[in-house]
Write a protein that binds this ligand. Structure first.
Ligand code: NAD
Length: 438
């Protein structure tokens, strides 16, 4: 099939590359000239495992091309995917200006029947809005359909998620239109949910808000565990083994960040209120999440009394492992909090450091975890990259000033860390201090 993908960010670029890899002819369009020039020269605008290979290979074979010319992409394609950003406004409402701009551009050049697919995460009713914009501004009397096909990929495993999604949701205005999308996706042999456009739009927000709720719920329980002297890791084992609950997204810690959960939760709350509903459940989820960074900072401050002149080694900056994305990353809040308290911050992240440098040019960027730990008063684990799970803690102990560890993601076994001679502070577990028997 001939496909156009508008917006070459995390979603658009991965989607375009995977469709091309499946044998389609894909034109990726973006307004960012630098991104397009870089892609034409084989330079990836984002870090995503496996992306480089799949883009280069398909571009070389002529199935994947990049342009800033939307008109060209639209004219040559049967299906046009909109994958542009939908950031939040200050009040949580989704800023649809990028989606609207694409719809207006499509209206200007649509010259025969096309299917326009919203892959961006957009509030219920946006499909209707895109339809109205194109209908009212189109220059030729041509027919078209608007479909909702929300994206569920996760940064860090985006290619695998696109090739092997749990489900593909297609919200279409008619059976015939849904069939066209089914034809495109059938090669993946994954479950497909065919529904109406409005329901598809809500499925995306309901799914993300539900996962955010699981995270905030376990953090709410973690706080109780800490106050009551229980161990949240044991509580998670007990809860997660119930098949109705499951252990995924029950990881206590610093909470969620990134470009999706925060904005999608606030957008859902905004939509619910706009429809006259009560969004207090989502408001509570967001409130709990917003307090996680401050909770860890409090813990650190209590341990040291004053942070002035203290040095902290921060491991991980990206909002989660396997990505360079720092949007709404907890690391940013923690760095800011430590600097406000006149502490010195040394950081290490395998891929996200360049993105943080423009925000915090004056902190120390290190080559690895050991360099960050060198001379530090304590280490703070913020992003659970795999390479941090099996650190050589004997080596850390030789260079760190004091073997104190704040585990913001509960990835280490407190007893093991204590046995290794570390003072351990997790989330929702009692601190392990004093001499160990090891
Ligand atoms: P992004 O910011 O990485 O990329 C968006 C791209 O769209 C940018 O390159 C931007 O230049 C381009 N763009 C903006 N206006 C344009 C226009 N008029 N014409 C052409 N290009 C334009 O965003 P993203 O993370 O890929 O997210 C895109 C959408 O997908 C959002 O709605 C997001 O909520 C949703 N989503 C994201 C993820 C994720 O993990 N990042 C997962 C699922 C869904």
């Amino acid at each position: 099939m001939n496909i156009c993908v508008v917006g070459v960010g995390y979603v658009g670029l991965v989607t375009g590359a995977v469709f091309a890899d499946l044998g389609n002819d894909v034109i990726c369009v973006d307004i960012d000239e630098k991104k397009i020039d870089d892609l034409k020269n084989g330079i990836m605008p984002i870090f995503e495992p496996g992306l480089n290979e799949i883009v280069l290979h398909n571009a070389k074979d002529g199935r994947l091309s990049f342009t800033t010319d939307l008109k060209d992409g639209v004219r040559k394609s049967e299906i046009i995917f909109i994958g542009v950003n939908t950031p939040p406004k200050d009040d949580g409402e989704t800023d649809l200006s990028f989606v609207k701009a694409v719809a207006e551009s499509i209206a200007e050049c649509i010259d025969e029947y096309k299917i326009i697919v919203n892959k961006s995460t957009v509030p219920v009713g946006t499909g209707d809005l895109v339809r109205e914009i194109i209908e009212s501004k189109k220059r030729k009397d041509v027919d078209f359909d608007v479909v909702s096909n929300p994206e569920f990929l996760r940064e860090g495993s985006a290619i695998k998620d696109t090739l092997e999604p749990d489900r593909i949701v297609i919200g279409a205005p008619s059976k015939n239109v849904a069939m066209k999308l089914l034809e495109l996706y059938s090669v993946l042999e994954r479950p497909m949910i065919i529904t109406d456009v409005h329901s598809a739009e809500i499925i995306k927000y309901a799914s993300n808000a539900f996962l955010a709720t699981k995270i905030s719920f376990i953090n709410f329980i973690a706080d109780l565990c800490e106050r009551a002297g229980a161990d949240v890791n044991n509580v998670v084992k007990g809860m997660g083994s119930d098949q109705r609950i499951g252990s995924l997204f029950l990881q206590p810690g610093l909470g969620y960040g990134g470009s999706c959960f925060p904005k999608d939760s606030s957008s859902l709350a905004h939509t619910v209120k706009a429809y006259g509903g009560d969004a207090s459940i989502i408001d509570a989820v967001m409130q709990i999440n917003a307090e996680r960074g401050a909770r860890l900072l409090d813990k650190i401050e209590k341990r040291f009394s004053s942070l002035k002149g203290k040095t902290f080694a921060m491991l991980g900056l990206a909002f989660k492992p396997n990505t360079d994305d720092i949007r709404d990353a907890k690391s940013l809040e923690l760095i800011e909090g430590l600097l406000e308290r006149k502490a010195t911050v040394k950081v290490y992240d395998p891929v996200a450091m360049d993105n943080v440098k423009c925000k915090f040019p004056d902190i120390t960027y290190c080559q690895n975890a050991y360099e960050a730990a060198d001379g530090a008063d304590a280490m703070i684990l913020v992003t659970e990259w795999n390479e941090f799970r099996l650190l050589n803690f004997e080596k850390v102990k030789r260079v760190i000033k004091q073997p104190i560890l704040f585990d913001g993601r509960n990835i280490y076994d407190p007893k093991r860390m204590h046995a290794l001679g570390f003072e351990y502070h997790g989330m929702g577990v009692k601190p392990y201090k004093g001499s160990s028997n090891a």
